[in-house]
Structure formats: structure tokens, C-alpha cells
Write a protein that binds this ligand. Sequence first.
Ligand code: SF4
Length: 340
Amino acid sequence: MPFEPKRVMFEQDALSYPLGRKLFDEFKDRDVEIAMLKSHNKVSGIPGKTPAQAFGEGKNTLVVGIRRTLKFESCKPSAHYQLPLVTGCSGMCTYCYLNTQLGKKPYIRVYVNVDEILEQCSKYIQEREPDITFFEGAATSDPIPVEPYTGSLRRTIEFFGQQPLGRFRFVTKFTDVDGLLGAEHNGHTTIRFSINADSVIQKYEHRTARLAERVAAAKKVMDSGYPIGFIIAPVMLFDNWKAEYEEALQELQRQLASHSSKEIHFEVISHRFTARAKQNINEVFPENDLPMNEEERKYKYGQFGYGKYVYHKEQLADMEEFFRKRLTEIFPNAVIDYVI
Ligand code: SF4
């Protein structure tokens, strides 16, 4: 399900790049609003009066621009640098980690100066020689829904395929991976799928793919030789959670049977929230029933003054035992990076 934007906004200069031109040609004859932006810094003209409308209209907007700053942000602990190809995401997950970062109208922006971005990667790789440098492609986005339009991930994957000392990784809740199959990745790109119990997906991960579809996409990229991993998150410890997560693990077992002896990485993350995220979620999704009752959680002081509400120690121990046991039973060579 590639992203179908309602409006596409172009920075004028983006049209002087082949990808900017291609995107313009692609969208100009479609039934979408096209607008030219006067200034790079100001994306104006997205409607929306209430927080929920503003949010929804932002999510339906694609901005085609140029990445001006080529100083990449660091991305500890999972990688050395964020690799900016896309910011934002067309999904509307209630608990999205981007909801507090992208402003009131969280549009999706793609960058057309991919050559310059990749050149910058080469420089960072050289600086760290002879060590390997890792780049994360999903630090501020889910890059998959726009991939059918841009092809930028495939180019990046093939670029890293040629880099003895560069590695690329990204994570997705989407399935538009066909354009990545057959790319010369040389095992240098790891694709991770973020998954959850299907009931949680249906309830909270609006406009993303269902569990079985994500696992089918994971199988395709495994068939194409990519190293892969799964992030099981956020794990919700509701009544009957074990049965529903067991069901999800069995979906993996069913579809990935032919790959069960491969090394697959797993990261398992329990649900947590901050006071700020809760406030934001309640503004944008006033009807949500996400379990965010502070009294049922333990307050954990955070590094930067932002404390989090997490599950209690005994609940987390139970969760950890369940996932470690079942994952290693199903995938004998599973590597469980962490359960938190
Ligand atoms: S798919 Fe990921 S990035 Fe997109 S809305 Fe959901 S949590 Fe956010």
C-alpha cells in the first residue's frame, strides 16, 4: 500500500534534480493538489483547524525538497549516524515516537539530492576507517511508504553494497519492499520489521500493514538474502497478552519456516510513555483508549529530565521470560539483542 498523498508540495530547487523532476512528472497528472513552496524553511498551506485535523492533513502531505544540511545527526546506540532520506511517515500510530517531534502538521518530506547525501556518507565512513560505520535510515521516518515513488532506499542499499566499511539499517511497519528485492546489498543492509500482536496493530497502528502482511514482506526480503530483524514493540501487557503475542510468534513461525535456522535479530520493547507524549496523544487522538494510567505504572526517572511510566518489575520479568523462551524455541539461532 504505497502512500497516496492528498497534496504534494515542491521546493522550487528540487525540480533541478532528476528525482525532483521525476516526482513532479509522476504527480502532476494525478488527482492530487500540487503546490510550489516559496521558501525551504516554511511549509505553508496545509489546512487543519483542530489538532486532529492538522495532524491528519499533515499526514496526507508529501513535501519534495533538498536536504540542505549535510551534517548528519548521531544515532546512538543503534548506529553512528542518522541517514536522512525521508522525514515523517504516512502511518498514524497512536503511540508513534515521532508524534512529539514533527510539529502539529507532520508532513512527509523526501530529499531529492540523494547523490550528495550518499557522498556525505562516504566522508563519514572514511573518517572512521578502519572501523565500520553504521547508518540508520529510519531515525525520523518510516522510509518504506514513499519508496515506490523515489527508489532512494534501493540506491542507498546498492551504495552500501559497495562499501566494505559502511553498513545501513532501517525499520518499517510497511510492506512496499518489492523495489528492494534483487538489489546488490552484499549483506550490508539490515531490514528490520516492527511488529506487534495483530489486535494491537488493528487498534493503534492506523494506516500501516497488518501483521501477516509485514511477515510476508519480511519473508520476501529474507528470500532476497537481506539480513533481517524484528522489533516487537510496544509490547502491551493487557489481560490475555501472552495468548495474543503467542499468536503473533506463530505467524512468524508459519511464514518463516524455511528460514528458521537463520540468524534473526529480535528487540523487544515494553510499552512506556512520558507525560508529554500522553498529552500529545490525547490531543490528536481524543478518543484513544491507549492504556496510559500512571497509577498502574512505575515512574522511571529519565536521563534528560523526561521520566517515563513503565510497567512494574515483576510484569517486565514475566514478559522477558516469555519472549526469550518462545523466540529461542521457534528460532534456534535467534539473537535477542535486548528485552526492555
Ligand atoms: S509506522 Fe512508525 S513512524 Fe509511522 S506512524 Fe507508525 S510508529 Fe510512527
